[in-house]
Design a protein. Structure first.
Length: 319
């Protein structure tokens, strides 16, 4: 189990991503995935109010609704629910009134009295940050959410949020949700990770498997033959270095009888301040490899090897 920042949230170090629910996983498939995740010890589910508004016929909130129906039917014990506000088509931005309305709508769809972890999904440059910070604090004060967190914020804006929270005398964010994985490291490691360390926040990275590339399924551009956005997004990483990373994951994983997927998540979990990588599954059989990552502790040498093969050049390095 791992603690998220300085909160009282103690979770298995893996978060099941809810972006596929109502998209590539229908109601029955979503229920099977959630059942399998919890049966295997999973207890941390991450979604957003905008999931999955991009699907023809959807309007946003489909993932939360399915999770809410599952929660009502299964009544699982000690499951941490995280969702995000600010991007739903009806509740765009982080003005105070919008924040409140979005949170209330999420609570209704999820069928819960309190959201355990509520993310500001994207920064809103058009709303004064003081207003957003106060609005999120008001949700905590009124019991709508237990803890607040930020997603897709720059280091400067996170630092500003913390400063404003301290000035207002309200709780700081407990976590940061960045795009972070073996093929996308430099921005997080240069800018976000130091902020997390300084303020005692946890990282809960999304795209932990690089749109599926770090499952080993896409080893060339030709592997994106189905033309789906997910396949094309994954195959773009099939560079010579990307293939070296997959080969290293496969070799290291074999030593532990672990898959490429499991090993990639285990590497991410081993990084400083990372509490729980987010990974999604559209089929129940994929859940096994996700959960296995919580039990795989790579050796220091194995982490170092993956660090080397995925090494990037810091922006501060001399040319």
């Amino acid at each position: 189990m791992t603690q998220i920042g300085n909160s009282d949230l103690d979770v298995l170090p893996l978060s099941l991503g809810g972006n596929v629910f109502g998209w590539t996983a229908d109601r029955d498939a979503s229920f099977r995935i959630l059942d399998s995740f919890v049966a295997g010890g999973g207890d941390f589910i991450d979604t957003a109010d905008v999931y999955s508004a991009w699907v023809p016929g959807n309007s946003g909130g489909e993932s939360e609704t399915l999770i809410g129906e599952w929660l009502a039917q299964r009544s699982p014990d000690n499951v941490t629910i995280a969702t995000k506000g600010g991007a739903h088509p009806e509740f765009k931005g982080l003005a105070a009134g919008t924040v409140r309305a979005a949170a209330e709508a999420s609570l209704q769809r999820l069928g819960v009295e309190t959201i355990d972890l509520y993310w500001a999904h994207f920064d809103d440059a058009e709303t004064p940050l003081e207003e957003t910070v106060a609005a999120y604090a008001a949700l905590q004060r009124d019991g709508l959410v237990r803890h607040v967190a930020v997603s897709n914020y720059t280091a400067d804006r996170i630092r500003e949020w913390v400063r404003i929270a301290d000035e207002q005398g309200v709780p700081r964010p407990v976590a940061i949700q960045p795009h972070y994985n073996l093929v996308h490291r430099n921005d997080v490691e240069e800018n976000i990770l130091p902020i997390a360390e300084e303020f005692g926040m946890s990282l809960v990275p999304y795209y932990a498997l690089a749109s599926g590339f770090l499952t080993g399924k896409y080893r060339s551009v030709q592997d994106a033959g189905d033309g789906s956005p997910r396949a094309e997004g994954a195959a773009k990483y099939a560079t010579p270095q990307g293939i070296q990373i997959i080969d290293a994951l496969e070799r290291i994983g074999a030593a532990h009888d672990a898959s490429i997927t499991t090993t990639a998540l285990a590497w991410l979990r081993a990084q400083p301040t990372v509490a729980a990588p987010i990974a999604s599954a559209s089929r129940t059989e994929q859940v096994v490899d996700l959960l296995a990552s919580t039990r795989l502790d790579l050796t220091a040498d194995e982490v170092d090897e993956l660090n080397r093969v995925s090494a990037w050049t810091p922006q501060t390095a001399s040319v």
